[in-house]
Design a protein around this ligand. Structure first.
Ligand SMILES: Nc1ncnc2c1ncn2[C@@H]1O[C@H](COP(=O)(O)OP(=O)(O)OP(=O)(O)O)[C@@H](O)[C@H]1O
Ligand SMILES: [Mg+2]
Length: 264
């Protein structure tokens, strides 16, 4: 495991229990340890309820774990930080703001309007939102709203990008397109990315490393280095390569082995 000093994110013996309404406790994460290196693209793959969102909230500083340690850039987490951007599972954009205002919402208040808009246009172009500046969220499809949510996070240029099943509700074609766009962005800007998914295909296609989780309690069950030579180069057609298909078969077998059920 990449828990060596110098890793961008270090998670050590992290456990988190929720208080259930029925009075009991739900152990969402049980003794989870891993590290994420600088500029790595790690995918976290696991069934519904294995604690993926809980883990991302904790890394983002939005929640405190019940026990265990977590450090980002060598420092303990005290709360949300500008270093770490998150795209939530249920895309959260403001219904009362236009696409442009949603995307520029998190930029510093004192930034000049022209610069705000210039920056927004870069991400709108990248995510296929050009021409939608003045639209309202209610006028957009689910996929478009999700692109706005992604732009809203990327525009703040965080060092670490956490994405929680960001393409889960999209049709297969749009999903492929946005996956490739994300890989291009990663190839260009080399951010540290933690991408949560329950899709084996997506985990293998996107990640340099896959952490496979299991549920009840949420634990890391396996760690797989991907190392596809064309990673980050969608134009090379990795999706059809023998290496991709072989690795996908292997991971599929692993997650479908007894005791682990994937949804979706
Ligand atoms: N606020 C809460 N109160 C009580 N239990 C919770 C709460 N949030 C999550 N849980 C429980 O904790 C476990 C982990 O939830 P979490 O949302 O992190 O899973 P997940 O892997 O993101 O699932 P999914 O793939 O469905 O999004 C689940 O068993 C869930 O029911
Ligand atoms: Mg979740």
């Amino acid at each position: 495991m990449t828990t060596a000093a110098g890793a961008k994110i270090v998670v050590e013996h992290l456990s988190h229990a929720y208080q259930a309404q029925s009075g009991g406790r739900v152990l969402a994460l049980d003794d989870v340890s891993f590290g994420v290196g600088d500029k790595e693209f790690v995918t976290i793959l696991g069934p519904s309820g294995c604690g993926k969102s809980t883990l991302l909230y904790i890394i983002a500083g939005l929640m405190r774990p019940t026990s265990g340690g977590i450090a980002v850039n060598g420092r303990g987490i005290v709360g949300p930080s500008a270093d770490c951007g998150i795209v939530f599972q249920e895309f959260r954009i403001f219904p009362w703001l236009t696409v442009m205002d949603n995307i520029t919402f998190g930029l510093p208040r004192d930034m000049a309007a022209a610069e705000r808009q210039d920056r927004a246009h870069v991400y709108m172009k990248m995510l296929g939102l050009a021409g939608f500046e003045k639209k309202w969220p209610r006028e957009l499809s689910g996929g478009m709203k999700q692109r706005v949510a992604i732009a809203q996070t990327l525009i703040r240029d965080p060092d670490i990008i956490l994405l929680d099943e960001p393409f889960g509700s999209l049709d297969a074609l749009t999903r492929d397109e946005l996956q490739d766009e994300l890989l291009r962005m990663w190839e260009r800007d080399r951010k540290t990315v933690v991408f949560v998914t329950h899709s084996v295909d997506e985990a293998v296609y996107l990640g340099t490393r896959i952490l496979v989780m299991q549920a009840r309690p949420g634990r890391i069950r396996a760690e797989i280095a991907v190392g596809l030579p064309a990673l980050g180069r969608p134009e090379l057609g990795v999706r059809d390569s023998a290496e991709f298909i072989e690795l996908r078969g292997y991971v599929n077998k692993l997650v479908r082995s007894p005791g682990v059920a994937l949804h979706g």
